[in-house]
Design a protein. Structure first.
Lengths: 82, 141
């Protein structure tokens, strides 16, 4: 009981406006000039290859699935998937 | 007792839920329409001077934008610096100064719009934009 109350207070103390990963990816897609149809993505998959590239796939509310590729030096590229 | 616990947890979860929808991006290009001249009412004497490095650190540390968004902004800034460097190498920087300035203003506007949840930092960036532009235009040896 006490643990549950403590956890709920901890959650309440978190910043209300902290950005979720879904919103972060949606914003990144829109920053690159692509329409997303909303401010959150879904069906996020993420993996890293041997070269250090991060490959993220996510679906926007408008039905388009995007690929976000992050290079080891932090360069971000966004492209729509067919 | 169980009902009170459920109410308490519901309230805490509601406060944790994203309130970003209130300030959600609306346009196709994804950026809210921000009139920089009017949306940030500033008095330059209220803002302490901050170095460019401090500004970068604050931008890295802000919770108003996410990790990938910060990387995307960084990519944009690096592309802009590379563009200025290319123009300088071709010795046509002065001829293209208006285009460079326009691109810079667009970049600053983009960053300020993204920092909607961190008005203090967006205000500082707005006030420091001339210094930032000068530091980018300076010749690096």
């Amino acid at each position: 009981m006490r643990v549950l109350i403590f956890v709920s207070f901890v959650l309440a103390a978190s910043p209300v406006w902290a950005v979720s990963q879904a919103e972060d990816i949606a914003t990144t897609i829109m920053l690159r000039g692509y329409a997303c149809g909303g401010n959150q993505v879904s069906q996020i998959s993420q993996k890293q290859d041997a070269a250090g590239y991060q490959h993220i796939r996510a679906s926007c509310p408008n039905g388009v699935r995007y690929a976000i590729d992050v290079s080891p030096v932090g360069r971000v590229k966004v492209r729509p998937l067919k | 007792m169980n009902q009170w616990l459920i109410i308490l947890m519901t309230l805490s979860l509601c406060s944790f839920s994203t309130s970003l929808q209130a300030g959600s991006v609306q346009t196709v290009k994804g950026l809210p329409q921000v009139d920089v001249a009017h949306s940030v009412k500033v008095n330059s004497s209220d803002v302490q001077e901050v170095s460019l490095q401090e500004l970068i650190e604050r931008l890295k540390a802000t919770d108003a934008i996410g990790f990938f968004t910060k990387l995307a902004i960084r990519s944009d800034v690096l592309d802009f610096k590379s563009y200025v460097r290319d123009l300088r190498r071709k010795k046509i920087l002065e001829c293209e100064i208006e285009t460079v300035r326009s691109n810079f203003n667009g970049l600053v506007l983009k960053i300020i719009a993204l920092l909607e949840k961190d008005p203090g930092l967006s205000k500082i960036i707005y006030l420091a934009r001339e210094s930032i532009f000068k530091s980018i235009m300076e010749v690096s040896v």
